[in-house]
Design a protein around this ligand. Sequence first.
Ligand SMILES: Cc1cc2nc3c(=O)[nH]c(=O)nc-3n(C[C@H](O)[C@H](O)[C@H](O)COP(=O)(O)OP(=O)(O)OC[C@H]3O[C@@H](n4cnc5c(N)ncnc54)[C@H](O)[C@@H]3O)c2cc1C
Length: 396
Amino acid sequence: MSSEASAPIVIVGGGAAGFACAEAFREAGGTDPLIIISADDRAPYFRPDLSKELLAGDKPAADELADDDWFADNDVDLRLQSRASRLDAEAHTITAGAGADEQTVQWSRCVLATGSSAARLPVPGGDDPRLLTIRSAADVERIIAQVNGTGPVAVVGSGFIGCEAASSLRARGIDVTMVSLEIQPQRDRLSEFVSAMIAGWLADAGIDFRGSRSVEGIEFTDDGAAVLLANGERVEAAHILVAAGARTTTELAASAGLRVTNGGIHVDSSMRSTADGVFVVGDLAFADNVAAGRPLRVEHWDDAQSMGVIAGKVMAGKRAEWDGVPGFWSTITGETLQYVAWGDGWDEVTARRSDSGISVWYGKNGTIVGLLTHRHDDDQERGKKLILSGASFPPK
Ligand SMILES: Cc1cc2nc3c(=O)[nH]c(=O)nc-3n(C[C@H](O)[C@H](O)[C@H](O)COP(=O)(O)OP(=O)(O)OC[C@H]3O[C@@H](n4cnc5c(N)ncnc54)[C@H](O)[C@@H]3O)c2cc1C
């Protein structure tokens, strides 16, 4: 163990937020030794492509966030396939690895960027190892190898990852049935109007969407599998892909006594947690957003990167705060949606259509809180400004 004066900064997690943090720290002139501990089997890569181009077979591998030389050139010690198991926020140490490889490292600052994992179904058979999920590049390689052009595939869940995965498998010519608790994809989150649009795309692609279905169990047989539904239906399939949402990886933070709120760890707008020297970024952060005036927890690529950049700059002695409107994109059956919103609810919605596309505006308590566009991306910048300024709903 090194003494704390010369101790490195340790970033736990080699995803969007962890890598952005390391990069921003160096770019901001930070010279302390840097270690990234990552459970991944490969260097940081672009995760959003997994359920899109990669699963559809349009790309052979996920794009790396940095080329091979970057880590050596920037004096960043990237430790792959290493899982951190214990964080001691008092002693400023972290323990990673298992058995003979277990190591405890002293840190000067520690950044938790452990992101999320795919949620399991809480039903009999829901933990069967033959179930497919999609969170990492290794998961996609496994899906492609296991499915190997054969169907049908049952996709459980109609969030963005479920819809994207169903559409990518369908693009490979595989028969896909989706089952979901929702009547139509993302009805509560995005409105009846938007969910009907997504349902139309899935139907046009030949995906059999079965909504308002509750899964009661999963069964594997010698020649396939079945999703058992509460209404008595049995959806037979060769493979089952569970896309039942993401679950933040909170165990490490909890091991240090950090309290989990709203699925994440509360941090200020500069990503500092209540534990001295511990920052939390990305999906795991329930972060104060200066513009919103309240903490938000989001699971979006660009925001994970922004939070990583903020923590990196702050550790290098600069000022930085989270003050943007969160946002994401999704591509389903070739149709791209762009969304910016505070993401914590709306009570009014209005859709503006043109020949080229559509903008769906969301309001809450009379102010604009979100915008979703389809082929109307020119509205995005305006939308961000109106959301930031708390402009009145509906937009003029
Ligand atoms: C299939 C898929 C498609 C997506 N598409 C989009 C999209 O189109 N648009 C969008 O905005 N967002 C998308 N997202 C969400 C986006 O990828 C996440 O919000 C983002 O990756 C979060 O970044 P993160 O760094 O917080 O966590 P992650 O990227 O999940 O990285 C977490 C890292 O922590 C590591 N880790 C976890 N626990 C430990 C531990 N104990 N020790 C060591 N390492 C650990 C993991 O191995 C991983 O390297 C998608 C996500 C998935 C899974």
